[in-house]
Design a protein around this ligand. Structure first.
Ligand code: HEM
Length: 544
């Protein structure tokens, strides 16, 4: 056997087969040589040499991943305990540039005594692609234990269903299959009703009258109103106690999660049960949603009359073909609340803060909106400048590190480096979305550098491949591949309509006229500014 055929065999077989191939090859060669060797001394030298060579080759083959050079290395510098925190805080772009120059596209940094593995550029895409190895939900859970927060609040009353691996997920499946762009028409009227209803309740001001409000609260309530009407239907969606409870649900769950991470268990359990529990909010979901679903199940109400997420979850059969109970479907709704209301509110808040310091952009958008015969989610959805603004907000207003995924099995990256099982990996999201090397197409369509905000940037995109809901490796805020956000079409649809109405109803400014400062947690996670915005009534808007 020649060495080429040996290599072919080695490449195709498992480690054991590789070893067997090497041994076969070596023993064949040894037997051939031994026949031609005369003295005992020569025989001994040949046998010893062969054994040493074979052992070395086998060791190389069996242990390639343990090689020292394949380790992910810690970036130099840093202070005791704080590690690289202050350098990251001072100038995250310069810090990441240094890290990449020193250690390549993947490295470890230390922030407040915690070691974080950071992947950059194309490796983020690679991480999102390998969903078997990198798990988003587990990543979130290891930062804020949301699942445990819900268990502590509600396990004593109801535990929900255990999902098997074969199961169609009752949270994501109905959204993936019923919330595509072309299916959103069924929500149009409820979306319009929700926006006008929430703004009339919270921001009913006369032309010229001013009101100063934190953007987040106003938007969270409006987004919650939209979600409750569209996901649960008109009857439940008009219950204001429910709308308010869902607006604050994620924030409250996060508070519990934080208590669980920072306090010893027995104190956390006491504090949660006494002060923080979301039991009453989940009670409200069960009390309102279960009777509605029972009516659907018994045929008293038709799902076709008004499609809702809850009825879609109810009608999704389980893996074994059984029907889901109204309790099980109602319980799944809380996960949709967690996935949708906070994320949408966050993006809408950023967009409003970008608009509040750009009167020229607002004037351009108003001119586009005024051209429409009627302001509906569908007509507004066609305004390219609004879509460009939204994509830019989603591209630019993101965390320094995000897309935290937990490694489920030891994984070898294309760089040859190994990330061990259990490790939490962060994507350098802002860096990936602002580096010309990782954003070649986006970098070419505007003269504005990628590390500056430009609401007009995507107006020059040739076709629809740069729409705010179309994901690609230059736009990863909604995730990529198998687990990309299934609610992104709905999110974009509702945010654009909401912004259009806000633009038409109010003049919105910050106190200083400048973009208010974002809130940065641990130097890496960004949140929209907490500074209030000034809303001035512009003209009456006819509600439907
Ligand atoms: C601007 C708003 C939103 C952003 C930025 C966003 C972003 C994301 C991201 C990054 C993921 C995780 C992808 C992964 O697993 O790697 C995700 C998952 C998900 N999102 Fe969204 N989302 C938004 C709005 C919504 C809305 C409005 C809905 C519901 C209509 C929704 C429903 C979901 C669901 C059900 C999942 C889980 C998908 C799965 O595990 O397969 N999201 N979203």
């Amino acid at each position: 056997m020649n060495s080429e055929s040996l290599l072919t065999r080695v490449g195709l077989s498992s480690a054991w087969n590789k070893s067997a191939s090497v041994l076969t090859f070596v023993s064949d060669a040894l037997l051939n040589q031994l026949e031609n060797v005369s003295s005992d001394k020569k025989r001994l030298t040949l046998i010893t040499g062969t054994v040493v060579t074979t052992s070395f080759v086998l060791w190389k083959m069996m242990m390639p991943r343990r090689s020292k050079s394949l380790k992910i290395e810690m970036v130099s510098g840093g202070l005791p305990y704080f590690g690289h925190y202050f350098e990251l805080l001072r100038d995250h772009q310069a810090f990441l540039k240094r890290c990449k120059k020193e250690k390549g596209p993947v490295f470890t940094i230390r922030i407040n005594n915690e070691d974080l593995t950071i992947v950059t550029g194309p490796l983020i895409r690679e991480m999102l692609h390998k969903s078997r190895y990198f798990n988003f939900e587990e990543g979130i859970q290891s930062i804020i234990p949301i699942e445990r927060a819900l268990q502590v609040s509600y396990d004593h009353k109801y535990k929900g269903e255990k999902l098997s691996r074969r199961e169609k997920n009752p949270v994501s499946y109905p959204i993936k299959h019923n919330f595509k762009e072309e299916q959103l028409g069924v929500f149009s009227e409820r979306l319009q009703l929700a926006v006008n209803k929430a703004l009339n309740a919270k921001l009913d001001i006369q032309p010229g009258e001013k009101k100063t409000l934190p953007a987040w609260e106003t938007l969270a309530l409006t987004v919650s109103q939209i979600s409750c009407l569209c996901f649960c239907g008109s009857k439940i969606g008009c219950n204001q106690e429910f709308v308010l409870a869902m607006a604050n649900f994620t924030k409250n769950v996060i508070r519990i999660g934080i208590a669980l991470t920072v306090l010893p268990n027995w104190i956390a359990n006491f504090v949660i049960k006494r002060y923080l529990s979301v039991e009453s909010q989940i009670d409200l979901i069960m009390d309102l949603v279960v009777p509605e679903l029972e009516k659907i199940r018994s045929g008293k109400i038709s799902h076709d009359q008004e499609p809702t997420y809850i009825s879609m979850a109810l009608n999704l059969p389980k893996a074994g073909g059984q029907l889901r109970t109204p309790q099980e479907a109602a319980f799944a709704f809380k996960s949709v609340v967690l996935a949708s209301i906070h994320t949408t509110t966050q993006t809408a808040s950023y967009a409003l803060h970008e608009l509040a310091c750009r009167p020229g952009l607002v004037a351009d958008l108003r001119a586009e909106i005024e051209k429409l015969d009627k302001i509906t989610p569908e007509t507004v959805g066609e305004i390219r400048l609004l879509d460009s603004l939204l994509r830019e907000v989603l591209r630019y207003d993101i965390s320094i590190f995000g897309m935290n995924h937990k490694v489920m099995e030891d994984v070898v990256l294309s760089t040859g480096q190994v990330i061990p099982r259990g490790q939490l990996v962060h994507g350098a999201m802002f860096d990936a979305h602002t580096s010309p090397e990782t954003m070649p197409e986006t970098a070419h369509i505007s003269l504005t550098p990628l590390d500056q905000f430009d609401a007009y940037r995507f107006l020059n995109a040739k076709d629809n491949n740069m729409a705010s809901s179309s994901i690609d490796s230059e736009f990863m805020t909604f995730g990529l591949f198998a687990h990309a956000c299934p609610g992104r079409f709905f999110a974009v649809h509702e945010i654009k309509y909401l912004l259009a109405i806000l633009i038409m109803r109010y003049n919105i400014t910050t106190k200083s006229g400048e973009r208010a400062q974002d809130f940065l947690m641990r130097g890496m996670t960004r949140f929209p500014p907490t500074e209030s915005l000034i809303f001035e009534g512009r003209k009456q808007y006819v509600t439907i």
